[in-house]
Design a protein around this ligand. Structure first.
Ligand SMILES: Cc1cc2nc3c(=O)[nH]c(=O)nc-3n(C[C@H](O)[C@H](O)[C@H](O)COP(=O)(O)O)c2cc1C
Length: 439
């Protein structure tokens, strides 16, 4: 019988999860490390609605009229910008955090639908390069696995300054995932916990970033787009500084963004929601007169074509997905429920990416577990998911009368709550009121 039916009341302040966290800390004396993104409820794209056309607007016919989805990233300076068939990309996730099979599957899935995938902390694997039509190479503070030849082998470069899950913090990879291969690529010892730096070793400010971007362009003969990725905090200023430093593309990752491993307290308490960051980024680009010339990729909690359509309507050129891509590969699948339970978790709750014991073979370096993931099959699942996302977004865009996903605009949106209206800077549904406007 449920405690509530006995008249027992759960405290909103000391709820069961809080009590468990205190008990866990008291027993172990160490803070909680986990993967995944923020689990608290935050203002998000679900708090926005699209205004389909009726009389004052003219919808497009679903099965007869086109709604294009292509996007070009890196048009500002690069000789070879990335031409993607759909504005949803796969975010950077490290080999080390993920198995080589999972990285290959991400490349296969993304390539099948004509979009890009991204390396991560720890470098580029041949499987990933071989199966990715468009591969973005991350240049990270840790420099783990950094190799100038791989920079040249990539199709674009992403300078990572931060992540939404942990802006201001570095990465973590626990010893159980540091196999010989992972250690070899990072030139670090096997089996020892690794912490990645939170800032670039040669970086003290935006002027250094400008020099760094120039160096990267020189090494790659000005061919490749250079992205700058920031975790969402002071987004308006960060985007302006990234543009001044020469970025072709700015990537803004909101606080819902996933991670392979970091402190729970960090994931839940640092950064701002994706919904709050996106309009700040667009405002910064518009004020500099480069909106759409410097493209904006937004990530952090993107789960569906609806999220994508709303992000594009707010002014993003593309979205990136991490957690949703892993779920599409097979992460948290019910068929592993019994095994998740043996690990003290359950299908739908599994966030212990740091432990390396993932029964789905995704966030692991254990050879037997990793071999469970068939990269071809998992890649197909991801491709299906990306297709569904794209078709969902097209359906919504057509209903708003748009012949291209990138024609969606803030005018197509209203908000359900005062918070989301203020953050997204669109009117509260049924009113003309945008909280804070004109202040
Ligand atoms: C398993 C995992 C590993 C990640 N590794 C990296 C990384 O190496 N570099 C990086 O910039 N971001 C990393 N991220 C963050 C993603 O690039 C992205 O910002 C985030 O997952 C987007 O949010 P979403 O998961 O809600 O889609 C990782 C995320 C996950 C889930």
């Amino acid at each position: 019988m449920e405690p509530a039916s006995h008249g027992l009341r759960e405290s909103a302040t000391f709820d069961r999860a809080t009590i468990h966290a205190i008990q866990r800390a008291a027993e172990t004396g160490i803070y909680d490390i986990r993967g995944w993104g923020a689990k608290r409820k935050l203002p998000h794209f679900d708090d926005l609605l699209l205004l389909g056309a009726s009389m004052s607007r003219y919808p497009l016919e679903g099965y007869r009229e086109r709604c294009d989805t292509d996007v070009v990233l890196g048009t500002r300076h690069a000789k070879h910008p990335l031409r993607l068939a759909t504005p949803v990309t796969i975010a950077g996730m490290s080999f080390g955090a993920l198995s080589a099979q999972a990285k290959e599957a991400l490349g296969r899935g993304a390539s099948e639908v004509g979009t890009s995938t991204t390396t991560g902390d720890g470098g580029m694997t041949p499987e990933e390069r071989g199966h990715s039509k468009h591969l973005v190479y991350q240049y990270l503070p840790s420099r783990y696995g950094m190799n100038p030849d791989d920079l040249r082998a990539a199709d674009a470069i992403e300078v990572v300054l931060g992540q939404g899950a942990k802006p201001g913090g570095g990465g973590m990879l626990l010893g159980q995932k540091i196999t010989e291969r992972v250690a070899g690529m990072r030139t670090l010892p096997v089996g020892i916990d690794q912490r990645s730096a939170c800032r670039h070793p040669d970086w003290t400010g935006p002027d250094d970033l400008a020099i760094k971007i120039l160096e990267l362009r020189e090494i790659t003969d000005w061919e490749k787009p250079v992205y700058v990725k920031v975790g969402a905090t002071r987004t308006y200023y960060d985007v302006k500084l990234a543009v001044h430093a020469g970025a072709d593309v700015v990537v803004v990752d909101g606080m819902q963004g996933g991670t392979a491993a970091t402190q729970d307290v960090f994931i839940e308490h640092v950064g701002i929601p994706t919904l709050a960051a996106l309009p700040q980024a667009v405002q910064a680009l518009q004020e500099l007169g480069v909106h759409r010339e410097v493209q904006l990729i937004v990530s952090g909690g993107i789960r569906s074509g609806a999220d994508m359509a709303k992000a594009l309507a707010l002014g993003a050129d593309a979205v990136a997905i991490g957690t949703a891509a892993l779920i599409a590969l097979g992460d948290n699948h019910p068929k592993y429920d019994a095994e998740y339970r043996e690990l003290g978790s359950a299908a739908g709750y599994f966030d212990d990416y740091q432990d390396g014991r993932d029964p789905a073979g995704i966030s692991t370096q254990d050879e037997e577990l990793a071999a469970r993931l068939d990269p071809a099959e998992a890649g197909r699942r991801l491709a299906n998911f990306l297709r569904v996302m794209t078709m969902e977004a097209q359906t919504l865009a057509r209903a708003c009368g748009k012949a291209h996903l990138l024609h969606l605009e803030p005018e197509d949106l209203v908000a359900l709550t005062i918070e989301s209206a203020a953050m997204a800077r669109v009117p509260l549904a049924g009113t003309n009121w945008i909280p804070g406007e004109g202040l």
